[in-house]
Design a protein around this ligand. Structure first.
Ligand code: ADP
Length: 162
């Protein structure tokens, strides 16, 4: 069985992430979306919320599992019995950052390899931070996230502004 991990912060999940999840899920038997817990950034949504939101928007993909994880990615991959990590590439900036991670991970565990999927053209500009910023200023989120995520973002911004 071919199993891969798709790790990230997903704060919140966007159409860019969903596109990678759909495409990666067609390449493997099981795709485990790993939501990073111990994050240096202080996220807008809790780990549980991020997991729930991804589960909701990927409910139609039977071979996608969503869990949270902490610690080293290669250890998480091993624990899940996965030998591949999936990452999305939007730009050379992503590439620079990813290359460093890949080399480090290969040294930590040579059994685990990373598969890169290039961002679809229509989402190559899209990031969670852009989405959070547009949400904070009350902009239209329709092109960036599904309705379910949009509603969660609007609620969270309201709470934060109280
Ligand atoms: P991280 O904090 O690990 O970068 P993100 O949630 O921002 O977590 O992203 C997770 C993965 O999804 C990364 O590999 C990132 O490059 C990729 N990604 C993010 N946005 C997009 C997008 N619009 N298109 C394709 N891949 C994306």
């Amino acid at each position: 069985m071919i199993k891969a991990i798709y790790p990230g912060t997903f704060d919140p999940v966007t159409y860019g992430h969903i596109d990678i999840i759909e495409r990666a899920s067609r390449l493997v038997d099981e795709l485990v979306v790993g939501v990073l817990i111990n994050n240096k950034k202080s996220p807008m949504f809790t780990t549980e919320e991020r997991v729930e939101m991804i589960k909701h928007v990927t409910a139609d993909l039977p071979n996608v599992k969503v869990v949270s994880f902490d610690g080293l990615l290669v250890d998480f991959a091993k624990q899940e019995g996965a030998r591949s990590i999936v990452r999305g590439l939007r730009s050379v900036t992503d590439f620079d950052y990813e290359l460093q991670n890949v080399q480090t991970n290969r040294i930590l565990n040579a059994d685990v390899d990373t598969i890169f999927l290039t961002a679809s053209l229509e989402y190559s500009y899209l990031s969670s931070s852009v989405v959070r910023e547009v949400a904070a200023f009350g902009g239209d989120l329709t092109a960036f996230v599904p309705e379910y995520i949009k509603a969660k973002l609007i609620d969270r911004i309201k709470e934060m502004n109280k």
